[in-house]
Design a protein around this ligand. Structure first.
Ligand code: BGC
Length: 739
């Protein structure tokens, strides 16, 4: 239907102001049903006779706009009268403006565009369509400025001015039905404290870092102004801190009408816990007038966890909020500074955790669809999807980032057991491995290109961004890992994987010859210049990846694990890995007989550790282990997000190893339940809603005993292993064991 409509734009470029497209229409006959389909290159909000259409926000979400854009569809039968006015407000959103660190957005049109088709079916069988075309009037709106990073200005005193008739645009893209989740408003949180800072500023604390916006219900003198700024943290002195937002202004300005006003942005969002009332034209502050609204994709909760240690429970809550804050249509690195981008590395390390917490099948399928759209003809995959940072056609893959093309589809298959979905993503996975194969040539090593490496690892310069694990070692490890995943996926789909198995053997051989010597990793630092004596280094991440990706020979496994433990001890019993090592380190330990050390790292409270940020009052995951240092100062202002989910990947260990629930067969039709009780944790319980029903496991201490409760739904069997005992096969139903 929508294909009949035209993309239209304002006849006047109003820059970051929101415009309103309007059309009057009459319905003279009795209406059976009326459906409207709307899309935008930008963000739209639509109204019939002043009533808002739908309850989703920030529509139509973010896709690779120059290739495909979703349309929303709403049944508006109940909103129609005989004389009707349809208004569609249109803002720039992600499509036009500064998204992407102020790089010119390669997909941008000069102005935002909208397209809509209203289809009426009358009771007598007649049908009518009202499409966007050059008969629509375009007006200015009360939203005089809106920008994803910088915020929104709503002027209730602004009059709506006719700009003229809409212009038809020749923009071409593919319109697709909504494949992701709708973006909805979720939790509503009232301020827990009004703070008068030492600088004399007025700040509201909502007690939880989140993504969304503040809604204000207010009545005051016409023309008076409220100005809000957003922050995640206060500084050491208790002052409002916004430097880590970099160029993102996060400023919402509201000008009062003189009547009852309800203010909130309609075309952007903020990442914040604190709000500064930079201007507030009232003597008294009634906190009930302010409400923080969490906004994210409408994914349904599936996983639950609880234990006897309050700090670990807070960590879990921070991980959940990290997911809610960064699953706003696209999996983003962070929701607050001038990035908020679909960084593929962050998404792949967190994917397994995300799939335990929520049903993210649709969410990831949409994003992977964009990844496939943007994949180069040669198979190259970017490190950001939608790729708003690179020039179109110039794709720079990065190891551990671009491998999301193989890792996430496989994780989706393991979590949900959907072969069709795997089939859908398989061509992209194959193209990605083909790309690596071709580029690596006869060397069978990924020793080309630029990489982010073990981003933010602590073994390099503590104030730098990159760890010291050589980037080509990491790249070749991921080449092997992606290839191994492709082989498994191909076999599930009945493909002949013989050639890829041969390729895998060659990669493994090349990897071992170059990077493993005498039962140890053999790494030459990236900055070594030929000529000097060849120095070698060992890093935790190198051992972690070799162990978890199965790259060392079985005979070396014990020494590798032992070396990893030694390196952890050398660092004062701490993890020094970054984005690529940290998600796997606890698994590398527990899979090789060192669950005790894994628990030690998990329970560590000093920097660097997961609980360090919990002890410093974090309510979401931090980008840096020491985003706030021991002395209260900040790590740096240029890369210091307090809402970065990557290190939250530790939850898949808590769930899969501490509680002990892991799928054996994709979709959890057969599971492994191997609990790892620990007195310090008191008890632990976890459950997950699967297509078969809910699977749950719990361990707890009673007198001298440890008790285990397991519940399996119909159709699910478990291989259950108690510490030091043989495997038991459990059928569906309730099971109780005491030891
Ligand atoms: C982002 C990261 C991302 C990284 C690439 C940063 O600016 O915030 O999370 O993965 O760049 O190294």
């Amino acid at each position: 239907m929508i294909k009949k409509a035209n993309w239209i734009k304002s006849p006047v470029d109003v820059e970051a102001a929101v415009v309103k497209f309007r059309r009057n229409f009459c319905c003279e006959k009795h209406i059976e049903k009326c459906i409207i389909q709307i899309s935008a290159i930008g963000i739209f909000n639509a109204y019939i006779n002043g009533k808002r259409i739908g309850n989703d926000v920030l529509a139509p979400g973010w896709t690779s706009y120059n290739r495909r854009v979703q349309y929303r569809e709403y049944d508006i039968t109940d909103l129609l009268a005989s004389d009707n006015i349809i208004d569609i407000e249109l803002g720039r959103g992600w499509a036009v403006g500064s998204v992407g660190c102020n790089n010119p957005y390669p997909y941008q049109t000069e102005q935002p565009l909208v397209i809509a088709n209203l289809h009426i079916l009358y009771t007598d069988g007649d049908e009518d369509d009202l499409c966007t075309d050059d008969l629509w009037d375009v007006y200015t709106s009360k939203v005089t400025f809106s920008e994803i990073y910088h915020g929104e200005t709503v002027d209730m005193t602004a009059s709506e001015r006719l700009l003229g008739k809409a212009e038809i645009s020749d923009f071409k893209t593919r319109l697709i039905p909504t494949v992701g989740e709708l973006i909805l408003e979720h939790e509503r949180i009232l301020p827990c404290e009004i703070i008068h800072t030492p600088k004399g500023e007025l700040v509201l604390d909502f007690g939880q870092n989140l993504t969304g916006y503040v809604e204000i219900k207010i009545c005051g003198e016409r023309g008076k102004k409220i100005v809000l700024h957003h922050a995640e943290v206060l500084d050491y002195d208790g002052n409002f801190y916004t430097e880590n937002m970099r160029s993102a202004r996060n400023e919402n300005v509201y000008i009062l009408s003189g009547e009852n006003d309800v203010f909130k942005p309609g075309f952007c969002f903020q990442g914040f816990r604190y709000v500064r009332l930079t201007e507030y034209p009232f003597e008294e502050i009634d906190p009930k007038r302010f409400c923080a609204v969490a906004v994210y994709s409408d994914m349904k909760r599936t996983g639950f966890f609880n234990c006897g240690n309050e700090k670990i429970n807070q960590l879990y809550s921070n991980i959940l909020w990290g997911q809610k804050s960064n699953f706003l249509d696209v999996p983003t690195d962070c929701p607050q500074r001038d990035e908020r981008l679909g960084w593929t590395g962050d998404a792949q390390v967190f994917a397994r955790t995300a799939m335990i917490n929520y049903d993210v099948k649709k969410f990831f399928t949409k994003w992977l669809g964009d990844m496939a759209e943007e994949q180069g003809d040669d198979g190259a995959v970017s490190f950001i999807i939608p790729d708003c940072r690179n020039t179109p056609g110039e794709i720079n893959p990065s190891a551990g980032w671009s491998d999301a093309a193989c890792i996430i589809p496989w994780e989706l298959y393991l979590a949900y057991g959907d072969k069709n979905l795997l089939q859908e993503h398989y061509p992209m996975m194959k193209k990605w491995v083909e790309y690596l194969k071709k580029e690596s040539g006869s060397e069978y090593l990924w020793s080309f290109g630029k990489h982010f490496g073990d981003w933010l690892a602590l073994d390099g310069n503590p104030d730098g961004y990159k760890g010291i694990t050589p980037t080509y070692f990491i790249a070749s490890a991921f080449f092997a890992y992606s290839t191994s995943i492709l082989i498994k996926a191909g076999k599930v789909l009945g493909e002949d994987m013989f050639e890829y198995e041969k390729l895998y053997e060659k990669i493994l051989f090349a990897f071992r010859s170059k990077y493993i010597k005498d039962g140890k990793v053999h790494l030459v630092p990236d900055d070594w210049k030929n000529g000097d004596d060849e120095p070698t280094i060992e890093t935790q991440t190198a051992y972690v990846l070799a162990l978890c990706f199965g790259l060392c020979e079985e005979k070396d496994r014990t020494t590798f694990a032992k070396r990893l433990v030694e390196l952890i001890e050398e660092k004062g019993e701490s993890n020094s890995c970054g984005f690529l090592g940290t998600p796997y380190i606890l698994h590398a330990l527990s899979e090789n007989g060192y669950t005790d050390i894994a628990y030690k790292l998990l329970f560590r409270e000093e920097y660097p550790s997961w609980l360090y940020s919990v002890n410093h009052g974090a309510t979401t995951m931090w980008e840096h282990w020491n985003g706030i240092r021991e002395d209260g100062t900040f790590w740096s202002s240029d890369m210091n997000s307090f809402n970065h989910y990557a290190y939250g990947a530790v939850f898949d260990w808590l769930f899969g190893v501490a509680v002990g629930i892991k799928p054996i067969k994709p979709g959890y039709s057969e599971v492994e339940i191997t609990p790892h009780p620990l007195e310090k944790m008191g008890f632990s319980e976890g459950s997950i809603k699967t297509a078969y029903g809910e699977i749950s496991a719990k361990w707890y201490y009673e007198d001298e005993h440890i008790c285990y409760d397991i519940e399996l739904p119909e159709g699910v069997a478990a291989r259950f292993t108690l510490p030091g005992e043989e495997v038991l096969v459990l059928e569906s139903g309730k099971h109780h064991f005491v030891r």
